[in-house]
Ligand binder design. Sequence first.
Ligand code: SF4
Ligand code: SF4
Length: 251
Amino acid sequence: MSHAHGTRIQEFIGDPVSEAPVVGREKLEEIFQDIQADMRFDHELNGCLNCGICTATCPSAHYYDYSPREIVQLLWTENLEGIYDAMQEKIWACAQCYTCAARCPFGNSPGGLVMLMREVAIKHGMESARNVLRPFSRVMLKLISTGNQLAPDMISKDAFPDWGPNISKVDAPLATLRRAIPVPTLHTTKTAWEVNLKTSVELYTIWEETGVLDSLKTIDTNLFDVISDIMDEKRDDWQDFLDDQEDEDDE
Ligand code: SF4
Ligand code: SF4
C-alpha cells in the first residue's frame, strides 16, 4: 500500500475529530448493542491479552494511525465513547486481510470485528461511512444492478495500474486462462453485465431481504433511487414475460 493511497483514504475520511458529532449516552449504547447483537461478535471476540501481536502483524498499522489491538480493547472493555470515535475514522483503515485473525492467541478476529463496526456505521448513516463509500458508487451500481462488477476481459495492465508490477503476472496467461474457464458468461464484459432477467429479479429480492438496499438508502439516497428505478423496470419486464407465458398457455 502506497503513501499516495494512504493520503487518498485520509482525504475521503476527512478530519474525524472536528466532524464527529456529539452523541448522547443512549445513542452510544445503541451503537454498541448493534455491534454486540451480531451473531459473529462472540465468535470473533474471546477476550484480549492486550499483547499487540495483531498490531505487529497488521499492514494497515504501518501506514495509518490505526491499531487492531486498540479496536479490540475498546470492544472488550466496552469503551462506548472510544468505539464511537474509532468509527469516525480508524475502522476504515483496515485492509481486511485477516493476518491478525491468524495470529491472535485468543482466536480473535480484529479484522472481523472491524467489519461489524463498519456495517453498524453504515446502518447509523455515519458521515465516515458516506465519505469512504462515495467514490465507489459506480462499482456499487454495477454490482447491485447486475450482480457483477468486473468481468475477466476488463483485467488488463492499463486498467489496474495500482496493482503494480504484479499485474504483468495476471496479464500474461490471461488469454489462456479465459479459454480454460468453461463458463461463457465469464468471458466478456457484455455478457457479464447482461444478466438473465429472472436472475436479476432474484438478485434484487436477495438485496432487499438481506438489508443491502436499506443500507444503501441510508448512505446514498441518489444511488438508491437510481437502482430502485432499474429494479422496478426489470421487475415490470419480468411480470410482462410471465403474463405472456400465461396467455400462451391459455391459448
Ligand atoms: S486481539 Fe489478540 S493479538 Fe490482538 S492484542 Fe488482543 S489478544 Fe493480542
Ligand atoms: S484484517 Fe485489518 S486489522 Fe487485521 S491485519 Fe488485516 S488490516 Fe490489520
